[in-house]
Design a protein around this ligand. Structure first.
Ligand code: ADP
Length: 456
């Protein structure tokens, strides 16, 4: 087992990793930019090293700075958290070339799943059900027209290098295809530096349900059920829960089994998430994330396991600490992502937090790096905390979430807490099983100002 781990991240996820390390008796190294000198992860880690200026490209994304920090401190392994370098295959290669361990999958698996065309082809071959679409990339409009005709409109043109909901354009009919095709290609080229796109059937009313998988890198893999992350704004999840409302044990076992089997066959190591759109009882694979997800705590709550500890064990060559038969979900968990943003327009609102009080009590977990007197820097993501609740069933989890939100105090900045109070009062949220479009429609009716007329 490692003696010392460097965490190449900040905020709540850096604390999350420090917590797992501390319970395992592993020393931790925090790295930080000059904007994060006062950040909580710097205080909590055993050692801290400043690695650059505020811009993430010169600090949290600086591969030479992070590798040097390992050499200076003697850290043997790097936990990347999520975002930043967590899905960067070239970084993993550099880590391995320096005889350090990357706490995550191999560079080859990150590359395989990071390219969505390759990911879909691989998953289809492994028997994972996929969204109907083109086989491979589409290079010209003529082919796009022919394939769209075969799969039927509406279709989505998606960037193979896409992420964060970027590089995706909808064509409702043949007349919209040309604009969607060229629009997706140029966005893909400018945002991701790779113009390759593919076509996918646009599903009208699906839910987003993802499967948590875990492999030991030696041909064994398990699944830890699903998370329903259908409440999304601009393709960003804000409310996640496990289990997915209405999903039967048989459906979970079937899709979970397919995913675990696929991971075992490719020899996957560590945590991964296989994302699906779920419509009319069918799962359709869209992409795989080869890292720990923001929403991993809901799985930890219902399965009672520490996923970060498991990641560290696997990276150190140890076997998984559970078998599939030992994994049974208990009760219901919900997470809400709280951002430093002002409603109704969700404008980022960093600033000085004058008072901070985290909720507590039975079944309540607050993963946050906030403290009173902390000035949130303007350079990074606006996520300031995740409030996670666990109850015996969904109604209990909902009641607990409402109670816990009421206890949370964050003074001095605007947050998205009022949005969750409003959502929890909505009968459709309370009933569960909303589609991926539900929140945008709800926001348009309840929160967001009238959108400006599109420019011709
Ligand atoms: P990204 O990597 O940018 O997050 P994904 O492929 O995971 O892209 O898709 C993000 C979101 O876009 C999904 O959660 C869903 O809301 C929507 N989406 C993606 N593919 C489709 C599809 N074929 N039909 C309908 N919605 C889709």
């Amino acid at each position: 087992m490692f003696d010392k781990i460097l965490i190449a991240n900040r905020g709540e996820i850096a604390l999350r990793v420090i917590r797992a390390c501390r319970e395992m008796g592993i020393r931790t190294v925090a790295v930080h930019s000059t904007a994060d000198t006062d950040a909580m992860h710097v205080r909590m880690a055993d050692e801290a090293l400043c690695i650059g200026p505020p811009a993430a490209s010169e600090s949290y994304l600086s591969v030479p700075a992070i590798i040097s920090a390992c050499e200076i401190t003697g850290a043997q392994a790097i936990h990347p958290g999520y975002g930043f370098l967590s899905e960067n295959a070239a970084f993993v290669q550099v880590v391995e070339d320096h005889a350090l361990s990357f706490i995550g999958p191999s560079a080859a698996h990150i590359r395989m799943m990071g390219d969505k065309i390759t990911a879909k082809e691989t998953m289809r071959t492994l028997g994972v059900p996929c969204v109907p679409g083109s086989e491979g990339g589409i290079e010209d409009l003529e082919t796009a027209r022919r394939v769209a005709g075969e799969i039927g409109f509406p279709v989505l043109v998606k960037a193979t290098a896409g992420g964060g909901g970027r590089g995706m354009k909808l064509a409702r009919d043949a007349g919209e295809l040309e604009a969607a095709f060229s629009g997706a290609r140029s966005e893909a080229r400018s945002v991701f530096g790779n113009p390759d796109v593919y076509l996918e059937k646009y599903l009208a009313n699906p839910r987003h349900i993802e499967i948590q998988v875990f492999g030991d890198g030696k041909g064994n893999a398990v699944h830890l059920g699903e998370r329903d992350c259908s409440l999304q704004r601009r393709h960003q999840k804000i409310f996640e829960e496990a289990p997915a409302p209405g999903l039967s044990e048989a459906e979970r076992a079937r899709i979970g089994g397919i995913c675990a089997d696929a991971m075992a066959r490719i020899g996957y190591a560590g945590a991964g998430t296989v994302e699906f759109l779920y419509e009319d009882g069918d799962f359709h694979f869209i992409e795989m994330n080869t890292r720990l997800q923001v929403e991993h705590p809901v799985t930890e709550e219902v399965y009672g396991v520490d996923l970060v500890r498991e990641q560290i064990r696997v990276a150190a060559g140890e076997p998984l600490s559970f078998t599939q038969a030992e994994l049974t979900p208990q009760g219901h968990a919900i997470e809400v992502r709280i951002n430093a943003e002002r409603l109704p327009d969700f404008a980022p609102r960093p600033g000085l937090v004058s008072v901070f009080h985290a909720p507590g009590g039975l079944g309540v977990r607050m993963d946050s790096a906030l403290y009173a007197g902390y000035r949130i820097p303007p350079y990074y993501d606006s996520l300031i905390g995740k409030l996670i609740v666990h109850g015996r069933d969904r109604p209990e989890a909902l009641a607990r979430l409402r109670r816990a939100l009421g206890e949370l105090i964050v003074d001095g900045i605007d947050t998205t807490v009022p949005l969750f109070h409003a959502l929890l009062a909505d009968p459709e949220v309370r009933a569960g099983a909303c589609s991926i479009h539900w929140l945008e429609d709800w926001l348009a009716r309840n929160i967001e100002p009238e959108p400006a007329a599109p420019q011709a």
